[in-house]
Design a protein around this ligand. Structure first.
Ligand SMILES: Cc1cc2nc3c(=O)[nH]c(=O)nc-3n(C[C@H](O)[C@H](O)[C@H](O)COP(=O)(O)OP(=O)(O)OC[C@H]3O[C@@H](n4cnc5c(N)ncnc54)[C@H](O)[C@@H]3O)c2cc1C
Ligand code: SF4
Ligand code: SF4
Length: 599
């Protein structure tokens, strides 16, 4: 490089009217409603303020390599989606089906390896003793009744990736919005306490806009920076999370499960882990689990648990002989209404999961996210038509007021305290959910003052493993630079997973099946360990244990120091961010990650 050469000029700012971050169901609902509205006769006179003579310039930047990145179940009642798309024909969307059969299954522990409380062990014994009367089959009890709040019986099964892609095509065909994948947004532009647009991670260029729509999901960098700058409303916090991990599976010929089958499961592979199985058209199924932040276990591996989940006799008799098509993982923000940030401010509005829309009682986030997007679009159309600016006051009068009057608000109030019980224990958790759901939120478990967090290793394994066994396992894990969970699970009686090369494959092979993980060379590491000292003092290395892609590993060079990060393996699930007990991880915006259009 010539030292006398002038430094490169900063990229020129781009002007738009509306800039969106992230293309999930929230922004998909926003853009579909907005672009349709802009085509109505009453909007014909509305012009762009950024480029005179043109219609409003709307641009959306998505971090992932494709707009079909979404990782989700999905089973949804799709009330808001159907309101937007009344003629929705599932056969038009790959992997979409109507829900035909729905079951809530209690899975017994077939191995004796889970850490069940006494009441659950008793429940297993009663189920086995009375299996004929209760109809227990293949170590599972189908509960005779699904609480109405959990029911998805009139809804759809989707692949979120395929659904996003389908909506995205319609948005882009309108010619009224541009959606750019592989374009992470590094930060909001905050000027004089208003948001004036965004800064892109690739080259630092600014995109200035009258309105910034933030829909970057549970762990998005833009939403988190807004929270840091503007603060959360009084009493609101983001302290409950889960990581959802799923497989998309080609079902074997022998499988008798029908398209439209929906199973929700509780009880296995650990009592805290909920699971699901949904059957798509074409003999394809989605199966997955949710590992919550309130789970006590300090060795919280989603991948191995998922492998044991699909091998539960009740599922395995349908899945054995199947083939893994793809695999994915992503965080869920489970603080619900308590995690709701400031929904709007001067020049910006928040939608979707980053706005606290996910319903923690019904386990539903896609339709809620979509609804928030449509409500914002209606408000934006109203303000554009009247020529009114996107001020905090105007956005609160239109968007926030619409949101407060919607079913989302009513249901989020019902759900607000539904999960409090899990902070006390499993039984209070289940009872609390039932009470809140059946009484419309009027009766709920009180919230505990301290958060339920993973225990220390010795406390968690007390009575099962001795301190000496734990220390030996730790020494071996460090020496072999591998996560601790495999060794401790083996010691607790979990059988090793017998890889079949088809469905039961190593974690590393799963990263490559049905998709690819990419990390473009020109970007710096997006997972940063702030203080190496904190990592050295850390007992359980939760970031290593939870890492969905084995991207964070105990470093071979410094086994007792900060872990190593391999961004070529990171699937951007965001779980490391909220699992570090001392908030020692910085999780920045970056492109790449897992690319599979089916998750
Ligand atoms: C395994 C699993 C199963 C689930 N099952 C169900 C289910 O059955 N039913 C249901 O209703 N919900 C389910 N959910 C929840 C549901 O997926 C979410 O609530 C929903 O996707 C939220 O939508 P969103 O648009 O707000 O955010 P997201 O879907 O998270 O979309 C946000 C987008 O923003 C992008 N982004 C993030 N940061 C940036 C940045 N800096 N710059 C640019 N782009 C960025 C992301 O890549 C992403 O595409 C499940 C979730 C998981 C993980
Ligand atoms: S990032 Fe957090 S969890 Fe990971 S090793 Fe460091 S302190 Fe421990
Ligand atoms: S490093 Fe990547 S894959 Fe691992 S937990 Fe963090 S975001 Fe997920």
């Amino acid at each position: 490089m010539n030292p006398e050469a002038a430094p490169p000029a900063p990229p020129a700012p781009l002007d738009a009217d509306i800039v969106c971050t992230g293309f999930g169901p929230a922004v998909a609902g926003f853009l579909l409603t907005l672009t349709r509205g802009l085509q109505q006769p009453e909007m014909a006179a509305v012009e762009s303020r950024a480029i005179a003579g043109l219609p409003p310039q709307v641009v959306c930047y998505e971090r992932a390599d494709d707009i079909s990145f979404g990782v989700s179940g999905v089973v949804t009642r799709a009330r808001a989606i159907r309101a937007s798309l009344p003629d929705l024909d599932p056969s038009a969307i790959p992997l979409a089906a109507r829900v035909r059969e729905e079951k809530l299954l209690y899975l017994l522990d077939p191995l004796g390896a889970t850490r069940r409380p006494a009441w659950m062990r008793l429940a297993d014994q009663v189920c086995r003793a009375l299996s004929g009367v209760l109809g227990v089959e293949h170590e599972a009890l189908a509960l005779p009744w699904i609480p109405p709040f959990l029911h998805k019986g009139d809804g759809f099964i989707f692949s979120l990736g395929q659904f996003n892609q389908w909506v995205g095509q319609q948005v882009m065909m309108s010619g009224l919005a541009q959606v750019w994948p592989a374009a992470p947004v590094a930060a909001p532009l905050i000027e004089d306490e208003r948001v004036a647009g965004v800064r892109l991670a690739a080259d630092g260029s600014e995109v200035r806009a009258a309105l910034t729509v933030v829909g970057d999901g549970p762990v998005g960098a833009v939403g988190r920076q807004l929270d840091e700058h503007f603060g959360m409303p009084a009493g609101h916090r983001r302290d409950e999370w889960a990581v959802g991990m799923k497989m998309v599976i080609d079902l074997p010929e022998s499988c008798a499960l029908e398209e439209g089958t929906v199973w929700h499961t509780i009880g296995y592979p650990e009592p805290e882990i909920f699971g699901f199985l949904y059957v798509h058209p074409g003999r394809i199924a989605s199966a997955g689990i949710f590992v919550p932040s309130w789970m006590d276990s300090p060795v919280r591996t989603s991948y191995r648990y998922l492998q044991h989940f699909i091998q539960h006799p009740c599922l395995w008799r349908h899945l054995e002989g199947g083939r893994l098509r793809s695999w994915g993982a992503k965080s869920l923000l489970e603080s619900g209404r308590r995690g709701e940030p400031c929904l709007a401010g001067d020049g910006y509005a928040r939608i979707g999961e980053c706005s606290g829309s996910t319903n923690v009682l019904t386990g539903s986030g896609v339709d809620e996210a979509w609804l928030t997007g449509t409500l914002l679009a209606e408000s934006v159309l109203e303000l554009l038509r009247k020529g009114e600016p996107f001020t905090r006051q105007n956005l609160e009068r239109t968007y926030v007021a619409r949101r407060r009057a919607s079913w989302l608000e009513h249901e989020s109030r019902v759900a607000e305290k539904a999960r409090n019980g899990f902070q006390w224990g499993l039984l209070p958790g289940f009872l609390g959910m039932a009470l809140a759901g059946l009484t419309g939120g009027r009766i709920a478990w009180p919230r505990r003052s301290g958060e339920r967090r993973p225990k220390r290793l010795a406390d968690y394994y007390a009575g099962r493993l001795s301190r000496a066994e734990i220390e030996r396992a730790k020494a071996r894990a460090e020496a072999e630079a591998r996560p601790l969970h495999d060794l401790l699970m083996d010691l607790c009686g979990w059988p090793p997973v017998q890889y079949d090369g088809q469905l039961l494959v190593s974690h590393q092979d799963a990263l490559l099946m049905g998709g690819k993980v990419q990390a473009p060379a020109e970007f710096p590491d997006h997972v940063i360990f702030r203080s190496p000292q904190l990592c050295r003092d850390c007992e359980a290395h939760l970031c290593v244990e939870i890492c969905s892609g084995e991207a964070i590993r105990v470093s071979q060079e410094y086994p007792a120091g900060p872990p190593a990060f391999d961004r070529e393996k990171c699937v951007h699930c965001g779980a490391c961010l909220w699992n570090c007990p001392v908030s020692n991880i910085e999780f920045c915006a970056a492109p790449g990650g897992l690319h599979s259009a089916e998750n």
